[in-house]
Design a protein around this ligand. Structure first.
Ligand code: ATP
Length: 488
């Protein structure tokens, strides 16, 4: 058995579309840039990822609870959070190709080139210089750096650049039916603020004691300047965020422990340690005193899937100022009132989906000599797979189909099981491999005699004979979310 050539993003996009995982949005109208729809298998995988994250937060921790806040929020929320004034990306246009780029991404691309050439120090110096210029809001300096590094537009091949300008990423819309009365509001660019404005509601109604956390899964919207790389950078996407409220001064300890806990989570869902790494931020966001990304090695390089940020009391303090409502907590252990500090973990459901999907995509050459062929399957953790088991009668006649349907029926309420009697059995195995089904159950003539079936394992293709009465517990054990939660 040998490994096939490296997977490209195009392989991933094609597979995702062909097997019902991800479709371009409104495709019949030629799609909408950076917006995608999840298909019948994609939604199952994505829901499984969301469920395991939700349980890892709210079920494994006594002091973390969830909420589901609205997408629309009072416009002052985004003033207080700093998004109205500061949620910008630096953009630059090439005058010849008329293409627009994110200035920081052009520089990061150059640093990656240095790294690839073994010039790590040069790469780091460039990133440091970029961080310094962006923190000082020195946009002219950023432009000069792009020019002095000899960065050219990949389309026109020229360095004929405009000035660097800031571009706010928030989408706005209007509420109210009469135009004159209408108020402009934003589609939330992050879910975190829904948690901050509910901090006291949850703390009081749940009698929560600091340290405690609030978790949320929901849609967020950003008008990304450069939207490419499939579901990695979308304009409408989903976040899974948890804000952990702590005593001021203890935030660095919590930051460290969440950093480790989150890395463990990604390993537990099956992402290999070698494909994950931490990346400290060169430029801290306006709200953070420490920040790190967890990056995954996509086919296009190591990129962020999760951010862990120590947000200080920035958000709650600003909400207190603007709303004139106290956002304090009385800590009875030390007899003090304070605004808690916050450590945030923020992972994109779509990026986690893409990482999981890329990691699962497996091509292998199997067999020897003449019978050698390429085999393709999705090596998903059984608990994440869209379908857990497929029941396949060897033939349709002699009562085998009815028997297989009865087996399907008996498993359905425990885990997602499908029935398939269409085409030769080898083809049906392949069909399940392509969507990552971990177990295929074949019903044959022996089944009719002794009520046993064969289970075919997706990864090894090995087959074992088991009694029908054992299927539920045997497969049920392997596909349970518990397997992942126990490993965290
Ligand atoms: P990037 O630097 O890649 O734009 P970010 O640092 O702005 O990301 P955060 O604001 O930290 O991202 O958001 C937290 C998480 O939300 C990210 O780690 C990512 O998984 C997800 N996310 C952010 N923007 C997008 C997007 N446009 N499409 C899909 N997921 C996103």
């Amino acid at each position: 058995m040998s490994q096939a050539p490296a997977t490209s993003l195009q392989d991933i996009i094609s597979h995702a579309k062909e097997y019902g995982f991800v479709f371009p949005s409104s495709e019949i109208y030629d799609g909408l840039q950076a917006v995608y729809d999840y298909g019948q298998n994609g939604v199952e995988l994505k829901n499984n990822l969301k469920t395991v994250w939700w349980k890892a937060m709210t079920q494994l921790h006594d002091n973390i609870v969830g909420i589901d806040a609205a997408i629309f929020m009072h416009p002052l929320t985004w003033k207080a959070s700093g998004h109205v004034d500061g949620f910008n990306d630096p953009m630059i246009d090439n005058k010849d190709s008329k293409k627009r780029y994110r200035a920081d991404q052009l520089l990061e691309g150059k640093a990656e080139e240095y790294q690839a050439a073994g010039q790590d120090e040069k790469a780091q110096n460039l990133l440091n210089e970029m961080g310094r210029l962006l923190s000082a809001d020195d946009l002219a300096g950023v432009r000069e750096l792009i020019i002095s590094e000899g960065i050219k537009c990949p389309v026109s091949g020229t360095a004929n650049w405009t000035d660097v300008r800031q571009f706010n990423l928030m989408f706005s819309t209007q509420v109210g039916s009469v135009a004159e009365d209408a108020n402009m509001i934003y589609l939330r660019p992050e879910t975190a603020q829904g948690i901050f404005v509910n901090f006291l509601n949850v703390q009081k109604s749940g009698r929560m004691k600091v340290p405690f956390g609030i978790a949320q899964i929901g849609k967020a919207f950003r008008n990304e300047i450069v939207a490419r790389q499939f579901t990695f950078r979308m304009r409408e996407f989903e976040q899974m965020e948890m804000q952990f409220f702590v005593r001021p001064g203890s935030e660095m300890e919590w930051y460290q422990s969440w950093k480790e806990a989150r890395m463990k989570f990604h390993q537990a869902i099956g992402l290999p340690t070698a494909s994950l790494k931490f990346h400290d931020h060169e430029k801290l966001a306006h709200y953070a005193n420490a920040a790190v990304d967890i990056e995954y090695q996509f086919p296009f390089g190591f990129r962020e899937i999760e951010g862990i940020h120590s947000r200080t009391d920035f958000d709650l303090r600003n909400h207190q100022e603007l709303s004139k409502k106290k956002q304090q907590y009385f800590d009875s252990e030390i007899n003090q009132n304070y605004i808690p500090y916050v450590v945030e973990t923020s992972v994109g459901a779509d990026r986690l989906f893409l990482a999981t999907f890329c990691n699962a995509y497996t091509r292998e050459t199997v067999g020897e000599g003449e019978s050698q062929k390429e085999r393709m399957y999705l090596k998903l953790h059984p608990a994440l797979a869209p379908v857990k088991a497929a029941v396949l009668p060897l033939v349709k006649k002699d009562g085998l189909a009815e028997k297989a349907q009865a087996v399907t029926q008996s498993l359905k309420s425990s885990f997602r099981t499908v029935y398939d009697d269409n085409a030769a059995i080898g083809k049906r195995y392949t069909r399940q491999d392509l969507i990552g089904t971990p177990y295929c159950i074949a019903v044959d003539y022996q089944t009719m005699e002794d009520d046993t079936v064969t289970i075919r394992h997706r990864d090894s293709m090995e087959q074992e004979r088991v009694a029908i009465s054992e299927l539920k517990s045997k497969i049920g054990y392997e596909v349970a979310m518990e397997r992942i939660l126990e490993a965290i």
